[in-house]
Design a protein around this ligand. Structure first.
Ligand code: SAH
Ligand code: SF4
Ligand code: F3S
Length: 478
């Protein structure tokens, strides 16, 4: 590995371009050393995942690595020989949940003294979390971060032979590791990472610190992976990155080119992508979405706030007017597009007027769905030291108002669909009602259908018969 090390101090991290020698070495390296393959046969693992799709997908990679080592998956904590918490640091309540959980599972060690407990993902990238684990949760056996998850087999092996907490967290990604085994959770829909990290440094956000700088996978390796997935029967591919519009800046290509290439893979039914920062949403990208028939008519376009002053202190890099114009440009070319968003309320110094500007924007854009969050200060981010904090009661009141406005709009959209027919990809049993199946329209709306043999995994026309704020109900049209 030594010759792969990059001097990160001297590296221009905005433009991370591994050399050909590095790429070749990465391609040649075996993801799991031969001596560890199947070494742990008979042992069971349980992975708990928090946070975004990037983390969900990392969990699939870790499951793939563990299975190569001989482990099998279990859902039962008492049966597990390894429990790993793949964590999220984006808001404080996400972190508190994990600390609660690692306290709760401690007694399992009495039943099974060989049980390994681990914490990985975004939280360990924070120094304060590393220290807290060492001080307060010393029974944790294994701690690693987002940049070295491919080291899992070696770290498990070390932890098995150590009395101390094995902690290995890298500050930066030293090279791209593309070809790891993946145990995908679903046989229908697959996530494909196209870009790691984020360079945008929105002032509230911890992701650039936990995931490092933007690094793009090559178009060839992405298209190869997608081709393999389609051949294996996957119907829907979601391209993942924190800021997909910037895909390829470090390779001299752009996201529109990638989207067209993926969308044209033989036999592909549905392509999605997330997340698009409104910044750098080019006409060429809009055209690629509009002209590639497999690309679904849904764009997640986080706005965060409708106030220019707040957008500026958030360092979002666009104005309210730019955003509204972008929505117009998108709708002009993709008339049926579903738009969803993320909004933060109670950002430091947010006034009633700023919040009203957000409500007005939500009424003007009319999103299909909005994910709304109370601002949560993250140590190490610029916003964490900003003055004029908004009182929690005020933030809660604003959040409720925002949700009321958005829920009315979501319901109206859903009600308008009653009587129409939509193409639905049937995913499996409904999570809430055993007698029903669930699936999604191209615009990503959840549809419930009466259970029927042979439907799971198919794309079917469904007549929408009723609607509420969150779901549609329908029957297959024959
Ligand atoms: N890369 C994506 C967002 C990833 S984080 C993008 O730029 O859109 C997902 C969402 O969490 C963000 O869109 C934001 O709305 C929310 N979020 C991030 N940091 C937050 C914080 N400190 N407090 C509250 N919400 C936050
Ligand atoms: Fe966070 Fe902004 Fe990057 Fe999204 S674009 S991950 S909100 S810093
Ligand atoms: Fe959370 Fe890390 Fe994703 S902080 S939102 S799991 S990138």
């Amino acid at each position: 590995m030594a010759d792969l090390e990059i001097d990160v101090e001297r590296l221009d991290l905005r433009v991370h371009r591994p050399t050909i020698a590095q790429r070749e070495a990465m391609a040649m390296a075996e993801p799991v050393r031969e001596e560890l393959v199947n070494k742990y046969q008979g042992k069971r693992f349980l992975l708990r995942t928090y946070g975004c799709q990037m983390n969900e997908h990392d969990t699939e990679i870790m499951a793939g690595l563990l299975q190569t080592m001989g482990y099998t998956a279990t859902d039962v904590e008492e049966d597990a020989d390894l429990i790993l918490f793949n964590t999220c640091a984006v808001r404080e309540n996400a972190e508190n949940k994990v600390f609660g959980e690692i306290g709760r599972v401690r007694p399992l060690k009495h039943r099974n003294p060989n049980l390994l407990l681990g914490v990985c993902g975004c939280m360990p990238q924070e120094k304060a979390v590393q220290e807290k684990v060492q001080k307060t949760y010393p029974w944790i056996d294994l701690v690693f971060g987002t940049h070295n998850l491919h080291r899992l087999p070696e770290l498990v092996e070390t932890a098995m032979n150590s009395q101390e907490t094995v902690m290995e967290v890298w500050d930066h990604a030293q090279y791209l590791v593309d070809d790891l085994p993946k145990a995908r959770q679903d046989g229908l829909r697959a996530w494909v990472t196209i870009q790691y990290g984020c360079n945008k440094f929105c002032t509230y956000c911890i992701v650039p610190y936990t995931r490092g700088r933007e690094r793009s996978r090559t178009l060839e390796s992405i298209v190869d992976e997608v081709r393999g997935l389609v051949e294996a029967g996957y119907q829907e591919i979601t391209l993942l990155g924190q800021n997909v519009n910037d895909y390829g800046l470090d390779l001299g290509i752009d996201f529109a080119t990638l989207l067209r290439a993926v969308g044209q893979v033989d036999g592909i039914n549905r392509v999605r992508f997330t997340t698009s920062n409104p910044w750098n949403f080019t006409d060429e990208l809009i055209a690629a979405i509009a002209e590639t028939s497999s690309v679904c008519e849904h764009i997640h376009l986080p706005v965060q706030s409708g106030s220019n002053r707040i957008l500026s202190v958030m360092n979002r890099g666009y104005s309210r007017e730019y955003y509204l114009r972008l929505v117009e440009r998108i709708r002009a070319k993709i008339p049926d597009v579903a738009l969803t968003t993320d909004i933060i309320v109670g950002f430091p110094s947010e006034t009633d007027d700023d919040f009203q500007a957000t409500l007005d924007l939500v009424r003007e854009v009319r999103y299909d769905t909005a994910y709304t969050f109370m601002y949560s200060p993250r140590t190490g981010t610029p916003a964490a030291t900003m003055p004029n904090l908004v009182e929690e009661d005020v933030t809660k009141y604003r959040l409720q108002q925002l949700m009321d406005v958005q829920n009315t709009i979501s319901r109206q959209y859903n009600e308008q669909l009653v009587g129409t027919t939509a193409q639905v990809l049937v995913e499996g049993a409904s999570k809430k009602n055993d007698a029903m199946l669930q699936g999604r329209t191209r615009s990503n709306k959840l549809v419930l259908l009466p259970r029927e043999a042979g439907l799971i995994g198919s794309l079917v026309p469904v007549r929408i018969e009723s609607a509420n704020t969150w779901t549609l109900k329908g029957t297959v049209q024959r």
